[in-house]
Ligand binder design. Sequence first.
Ligand SMILES: Cc1cc2nc3c(=O)[nH]c(=O)nc-3n(C[C@H](O)[C@H](O)[C@H](O)COP(=O)(O)OP(=O)(O)OC[C@H]3O[C@@H](n4cnc5c(N)ncnc54)[C@H](O)[C@@H]3O)c2cc1C
Length: 303
Amino acid sequence: MDHARKKALQDLFGDRIRFHHSLAAYTTLRVGGRAEAFFEAHTAGELARLIGFLSSSGIPYFVLGAGSNLVVPDEGVRGVVILLRGLLAGVEKGPGEPPSILVGAGFPLPDLLTFCRREGLGGLEFLAGIPGTMGGAAIMNAGAFGKETGSAVVEMEVMDRRGQVFRRRRDELRFRYRGLDLPTGWVVLRVRMVCEASDPATVGGRIAVYLKRRKLSQPLDHPSGGSVFKNPPGRHAGRLLEEAGLKGKRVGGAMISTKHANWIVNTGNATARDILELMRLARRTVEEKTGVLLEPEIRILGQ
Ligand SMILES: Cc1cc2nc3c(=O)[nH]c(=O)nc-3n(C[C@H](O)[C@H](O)[C@H](O)COP(=O)(O)OP(=O)(O)OC[C@H]3O[C@@H](n4cnc5c(N)ncnc54)[C@H](O)[C@@H]3O)c2cc1C
């Protein structure tokens, strides 16, 4: 970004635009470099002004949720990394039946589960233990235990590259396995999710069961990004990686978990390069041994 563009951003948002801002702490893998610029948007209005300016100036931008499905490259990210906060990170109960909730894209899923339990709203318990935001869960069509985010979405508010806001009903959205087809640069603002009328004890009980199941099979004691590869059609990525003898394999501080072969953990001092190199090695090994090409589920911010 040249000086004139940086100055224009500062004129628009003052010190709320932070330059050369470290991103590792905003990701669950805890690796990676800095954002050329970083902004926490609190309203749709200021997000629209920012995105409109960036699009017309040819400056790239990326929205960061909880960074739980991301590797930030060690060399950092060019352009502006945007976090959604404030009015873009709230939750409220919707009117009418069946019960629904309107969730800001920046709202953390763990807090969503707490809200659902308190309000006695069922149906979303499968999201328990996923450390993402509502926006990240929609974009990734996050799923677990045979259920996916997309199937509970009623409608979404999205912003295009010019900063205009649209509403998209479920039948206008294309959710797929661990993904949602949205045009590049569009941002999820709010999601309406359908729930089932239940009661706090039942919802809390179901959440506890899911969390227990995760604890048994997932390496939750180290920083990670959850599953690294998608399951190929009819196959199980974890099993393919395990059968290829990859459990415990290390590159620098990154290690393929001995508990779950589809998880790479940061053992303490991993770099993004270690993680990406280990992913390449795992993919190559599985392809050589089984002929199956694994597709990454984890994304690289800025690419
Ligand atoms: C311990 C652990 C357990 C996990 N378990 C599961 C699981 O069971 N199932 C599962 O599916 N995943 C799981 N994950 C992966 C991850 O939590 C999910 O993919 C989650 O939905 C990502 O949300 P996020 O907010 O962290 O998104 P991020 O990682 O921050 O971003 C993911 C992508 O979404 C984009 N994005 C985020 N917010 C928006 C927005 N508002 N508008 C437009 N684009 C946006 C980002 O630019 C990026 O491309 C797990 C991860 C961890 C660390």
